[in-house]
Ligand binder design. Structure first.
Ligand code: GS8
Length: 218
C-alpha cells in the first residue's frame, strides 16, 4: 500500500499543464499531496526537482521527480497500470496516434493560443486564424467519435481538455465563436466535463479571463 507522501504534485492552480497531471491522477484514483507553488518565486524543492526547466508540474514519486506534463501523464498510466482506466490504448498503432495528437496539441493549440493573448491588431488576427484552423483539424479528427482516439477518454483528451478552460476568455478577448468553428469539439468538451476528474479540476472560466486580462496589462 502506497503512503500519501509517496506521491507529491508540485503545481500552480491556473496551469493547464498541471491540470493534465491532476486529471490523470484523478482518473487513476491515486492519492497524492498537492503543493501549490508561488510562481515566479519557485520553491527550493521545485528548483531541486526540475533544475533543467524550473517549471511545474512536477510529480514526485518516492522522492524521484517526473517532469513535463505529457510525460507525467504517460508515467502515471504506466506506474499505476494495475489501476483502471488505461489512459493510453493497448494497440501500438492507436498509442502512436494518441501521442501524435498530444504532440499536435502542444505545438498548435498551446503555442497558438498563447500568441493570441500576447499580440495585438494584425498579428492577433493572424494568430487567431492559425489557432482556429488548428481547432478545425481537431474537430475533423474527432468526427463522430466520442473521444479523440476512439470511444474512451484517454491520453490525447487529457492533453487537450484543460485548454477548454480558456475558451470563454478567448471568446471574449479574440471573439472566437467556438460553437460555429468547431461544433464537435464543443460537444466533446461538454462530454469530458461530465467526468468528475475533469469537472473537479477545471476552475471557473471567468478566472481564466481575469488572469489573461491581468497578464495583458503587465
Ligand atoms: C510546460 C510547463 C510550464 O510552462 C509541460 O509541463 O508540459 N512543457 C511544460 N509551466 C509554467 C507554468 S504553467 O504556464 C511554469 O512553471 N513556469 C515557471 C514560472 O512561471 O516561473
Amino acid at each position: 500500500m502506497e503512503g500519501f507522501k509517496d506521491v507529491i504534485l508540485l503545481d500552480f492552480w491556473a496551469s493547464i499543464f498541471g491540470m493534465r497531471a491532476r486529471i490523470a491522477l484523478a482518473e487513476k484514483g491515486v492519492n497524492y499531496e498537492y503543493r501549490e507553488e508561488n510562481l515566479p518565486n519557485q520553491s527550493s524543492l521545485l528548483l531541486e526537482m526540475n533544475p533543467v526547466h524550473k517549471k511545474i508540474p512536477i510529480l514526485i514519486h518516492h522522492g524521484k521527480p517526473v517532469c513535463e506534463s505529457n510525460i507525467i501523464v504517460q508515467y502515471i498510466d504506466e506506474a499505476w497500470n494495475d489501476k483502471s482506466p488505461s489512459l493510453l490504448p493497448s494497440d501500438p498503432y492507436l498509442r502512436a496516434q494518441a501521442r501524435f495528437w498530444a504532440d499536435f496539441i502542444d505545438k498548435k493549440i498551446y503555442e497558438g493560443g498563447k500568441k493570441i493573448w500576447t499580440t495585438k491588431g494584425d498579428d492577433q488576427q493572424v494568430a487567431k486564424k492559425e489557432f482556429v484552423d488548428s481547432l478545425k483539424v481537431l474537430d475533423t479528427q474527432l468526427g463522430d467519435k466520442l473521444y479523440l482516439i476512439g470511444e474512451s477518454f484517454g491520453y490525447a483528451d487529457i492533453s487537450l481538455i484543460p485548454f477548454s478552460w480558456c475558451f470563454y476568455a478567448l471568446e471574449k478577448i479574440a471573439k472566437i465563436d467556438f460553437e460555429k468553428e468547431c461544433p464537435k469539439l464543443v460537444s466533446w468538451v461538454k462530454r469530458c466535463m461530465e467526468k468528475e476528474s475533469v469537472a473537479k479540476t477545471l476552475p471557473d472560466p471567468q478566472k481564466c479571463y481575469d488572469l489573461l486580462i491581468e497578464m495583458q496589462k503587465n
